[in-house]
Design a protein around this ligand. Structure first.
Ligand code: DX5
Ligand code: ZN
Length: 221
């Protein structure tokens, strides 16, 4: 599956958000990764429904990959799809009704993704694997940009490939989020990731275009 690069706008300059989004899209970004944090599930507060809606209006053709790190995905997931999210990643650790939230996302017309924290086993995927459009492997503890990649995430990615093969779901989008840089992107891709989120790795680099081109070169995209 063709690997995709999804810059996380969390590391962009929020005072110039539209310009920053346009700049990474012009630089070759495939998706825009939008981090929603509620100050409860994670110890940080970022952006919410109005900003997702504004981004959808400003970038009608962009793929909005919305990652909600919030305590109540049961209440909010479908609302984010209605606001314009194409993909909606939520955390199974935040709900007793993983399957129900996936259903709600689909009913709202979105693509559903489970975001799995570093300490959470892959078991949560086992009985919803038929229903998912993507699995997001967190390679840092969610909450902040600029953290270091947790090395065990590579083993988790390989274990996920085995699970997906067992269930005939090698068509699954597999996203990795946290600490992805030019230097480690190749091994992350080889372990099974095909959507590579990078925040500080892109937005703190000198040239978005050079960085994204180099990332793509290293994963053969
Ligand atoms: C972390 C967020 C990530 C973050 C990635 O909680 O979900 O998307 O912005 O940033 P980097 O690439 O800097 O680790
Ligand atoms: Zn994220």
């Amino acid at each position: 599956m063709k690997p995709l690069i999804a810059p996380s706008i969390l590391s962009s300059n929020f005072t110039r958000l539209a310009e920053e989004c346009q700049a990474v899209l012009d630089a070759g970004a495939d998706w825009l990764h939008v981090d929603v944090m509620d100050g409860h599930f994670v110890p940080n507060i970022t952006i919410g429904l109005p900003v997702v809606k504004a981004l959808r209006g400003e970038f009608p053709d962009a793929v909005l990959d919305v990652h909600v790190m919030i305590s109540d995905p049961d209440f909010y997931a479908a609302k984010f799809v209605e606001a314009g999210a194409d993909y909606l990643s939520f955390h199974p650790e935040a709900t007793a009704h993983t399957h129900g939230v996936i259903q709600q996302i689909h009913e709202a017309g979105g693509k559903a993704s489970l975001a799995i924290n570093p300490g959470t086993p892959l078991d949560v995927v086992e009985y919803v694997v038929e229903d998912l459009d993507m699995v997001l492997i967190m390679s840092v503890n969610p909450g902040f940009g600029g953290q270091s990649f947790i090395p065990q995430s590579l083993r988790k990615l390989r274990d996920l490939q085995e699970l997906l093969e067992r269930h005939g779901r090698t068509d699954m989008r597999v996203q990795v989020d946290g600490g992805v840089k030019v230097d480690n992107i190749a091994e992350i891709y080889e372990a099974g990731a095909n959507v590579l989120v990078s925040g500080s790795g892109i937005f703190k680099s000198e040239s978005y275009a050079d960085t994204i081109a180099e990332m793509k070169r290293r994963v053969g995209a």
